[in-house]
Design a protein around this ligand. Structure first.
Ligand SMILES: [Zn+2]
Length: 451
């Protein structure tokens, strides 16, 4: 009798881990992977809150590179410690619904935001008929949850855009960028640019880059003559532009944080990969282009969680998405140090989310990627085509990384590989096995009981 509750408590986790083909001793499952209630079925059944962390372009290679470089081959990142780890497919579709094996961030984000696949470049609209599809953030708002979106990219970039806007093309970021979205303009009775839609949606916390987009003038509709930033202020937003502003913003009133004119400059720098390789290098863990007072993703995440701590969220819960955007952008640029620094930055944000969930077990935390990317770890003796660089890791070993998905001189490409999805908390068992990206929508919706 005495051992029964313990066995019952472990039964779920053990079965799940076995189903995933992982042999993990019970003691290990209960230590590094959190308390048995994280792993097993004794925690809350329903989630009150969701924190969804996206590493843009963070395939298995990108995770492994960051692990090898920072904590060593035998070390573990925070994102490696989730009790539930599975893998999901990410393909997009063409306008007839046929598979397109390599997705972009717009179609990919639309997948988990709406549960439906679309064409590359499209933001939460159908592939053929270009009609808006309801998003997870819209459903959360309808049920009274507080909502937030945090990114290191422009706030109008594809991954944040899929939550609170609907656009024919991802390029329609600000009012002056509407060329590819003739039917979305306010003049045509559409919802306007991604920036306008994001603030019109009254998302409680919007933090990231892209100030220049929000400073564009609106040329049509009720806010004509104002910038989107001014429109946001009219709608009740507090607008902040640095760490100090973020720290002093008050909760209970929506916050728009714009911390850079474009993408937020990355944390680490180093030599880009080159044809024939580079001399062995250590990454520089700073960036002169990053202004003092630029909040790190970790700080943005921590602050978003405290700003979301409102009476509304206390009663109904919250949905927060956090994106580490420039893993992708530095992978495109074959810049291993930039890429690894951004992966490490996202991992620190994952720690913030896990620490929050440790105190609030009714929080579902999911960490995943939107698509695979180009970087590959290759043997030191290899002489691969394309661009390579040799790094000296923190454990003092040499590591060679290669970028060969495109001709040198052109941007490196996404890949069509499956990517990791890992989770903890209510409903997290749904990420086990091999799933598709669109199933993440159902996982989130089910956990939060959204209709
Ligand atoms: Zn990309």
């Amino acid at each position: 009798m005495g051992s029964r509750p313990y066995r019952r408590r472990l039964a779920w986790g053990a079965a799940a881990l076995l189903a995933a083909g992982v042999a993990v001793p019970a003691a290990a499952a209960a230590s590094d992977h959190g308390s048995p209630s994280d792993v097993g079925g004794h925690g809350p059944k329903k989630a009150k809150n969701v924190i969804l962390l996206i590493g843009d372009g963070m395939g298995d290679s990108e995770i492994t590179l960051a692990r090898d470089y920072t904590v060593g081959a035998a070390g573990r990142l925070t994102m490696d410690k989730f009790p539930m780890t599975g893998t999901y497919t990410t393909y997009s579709v063409d306008k007839n619904g046929k598979p397109d094996y390599v997705t972009d961030s717009a179609a990919s984000g639309t997948g988990w935001a709406t549960g439906q696949k679309t064409v590359n470049g499209r933001i939460s609209k159908t592939p053929g008929t270009d009609k808006p599809m309801t998003t997870i953030l819209e459903l959360a708002q309808k049920k009274g949850l507080a909502t937030g979106s945090v990114t290191t990219a422009e706030l109008t970039d594809a991954t944040p855009a899929v939550l609170a806007s609907h656009a024919t093309d991802r390029s329609c970021a600000g009012p002056a960028d509407m060329k590819a979205c003739p039917n979305d303009t306010i003049a045509k009775g559409g919802p306007g640019s991604i920036a306008e839609q994001s603030v019109n949606h009254k998302v409680d916390v919007l933090l990231g880059g892209g100030k220049d987009r929000f400073d564009q003038k609106i040329t049509e509709g009720p806010y004509r003559g104002l910038t989107v930033t001014q429109q946001a202020e009219k709608l009740g937003y507090q607008v902040v532009t640095d760490s100090e502003g973020l720290r002093t913003a008050r909760s209970g009133k929506p916050v728009l944080g714009l911390f850079a004119p474009g993408n937020v400059p990355v944390e680490w720098t180093g030599k880009a990969a080159a044809v024939g390789g580079t001399a062995a290098q250590r990454c520089v863990t700073s960036n002169p282009e990053r202004k003092a007072g630029t909040p790190a993703l970790e700080e943005q995440t921590r602050r978003a969680l405290s700003l979301l701590d409102t009476p509304k969220a206390k009663k109904n819960g919250f949905f927060l998405q956090v994106e580490g955007a420039s893993i992708d952008k530095r992978d495109h640029a074959a810049d291993p140090c930039g890429q690894i620094g951004e992966t490490a930055a996202l991992d620190r944000a994952v720690k913030v989310a896990r620490d929050y969930a440790a105190k609030h077990p009714d929080t579902l935390v999911v960490t995943t990627a939107d698509h695979g990317h180009t970087s590959q770890i290759v043997p030191l003796e290899a002489t691969p085509p394309g661009l390579s660089s040799t790094l000296i890791t923190n454990e003092g070993r040499q590591l060679k990384v290669n970028y060969s998905t495109n001709t040198p001189g052109k941007a490196q490409e996404h890949t069509g590989t499956q990517v990791r999805i890992a989770a903890q908390g209510p409903g997290s068992q749904r990420v086990l096995g091999v799933t598709d990206q669109t199933e993440l929508f159902t996982t989130l919706r089910t956990a939060l009981s959204l209709r």
